[in-house]
Design a protein around this ligand. Sequence first.
Ligand code: HXC
Length: 259
Amino acid sequence: MAYEFIEVRTEGGKVGIITLNRPKQLNALNSQLMVELGQALKAFDADEAIGCMIVTGSEKAFAAGADIGAMATYSFADVYRDDYITRDWETIRSIRKPVIAAVSGFALGGGCELAMMCDFIIAADNAKFGQPEIKLGVIPGAGGTQRLPRAVGKSKAMDLVLTGRMMNAEEAERAGLASRVVPLDKLMEEALGAALMICEYGQLAVMAAKESVNRAFEGSLNDGVMFERRLFHALFATSDQKEGMDAFVNKRKGQFTHR
Ligand code: HXC
């Protein structure tokens, strides 16, 4: 499919890579870009050969936020009627295979929120994260006030959301927003390494792990622990569990068939 604001490719036949591509606007996220991103993610999710996805931007910007030019003239009636902007942004939440955000440069506002909707964030050492909406007279609108405190705790989330300041990659890793920080020129290599590692594992277990960790993030502890236990039980019905445990016991590498 031909896209205007993203580039799509695969690596090793297994990893789907989506590159946000509005360089002149620092990958500012307009509705069409988000629709295209959703379509590409859904297509990879449905492709049996693909085990993991990576969303990335340019060296200068993962994404500098929702498109302020497009938003500037909207009224309350416009945004409320269209449920702006989240409707198009929700697609990523329905993706069942892992999605890694490989972030270099600015990840601000909706860009930071998009990175947080991915399953984990690998940051280049030039990454800058922030929720500067307060400077525009608004607040984060795609989950930032909910996901940021869960990721970095209340105090730092309040600091970032209320002052609109940016935090660098090192602070983001220390705070738990980024899982790893790597030199800029190693970003894609690192993300690809993680993605290929995930592709080696049983896909059912990978999807169950993602679903279960998301329960921890989105629901209550009791509910999450019970959900995890039931998925854990269910995986004993798969051939991957038999293979994985037999391989360990017999000191060989498991060959997963995802059944
Ligand atoms: C539209 C944007 C943009 C954005 C940058 N640009 N961010 N256009 N929407 N979010 C455009 C600039 O207008 C400029 O276009 C070009 O990209 C380069 O940007 P500069 O400002 O010249 O670059 P620089 O001086 O390096 O500064 C980079 C920056 C700054 C610090 C990232 O651009 C900035 O502060 N951007 C806005 C960040 C922001 O407020 N994000 C939150 C948006 S609100 P021209 O044509 O002049 O070259 C949001 C709400 C989400 O995301 C809610 C979801 C529902």
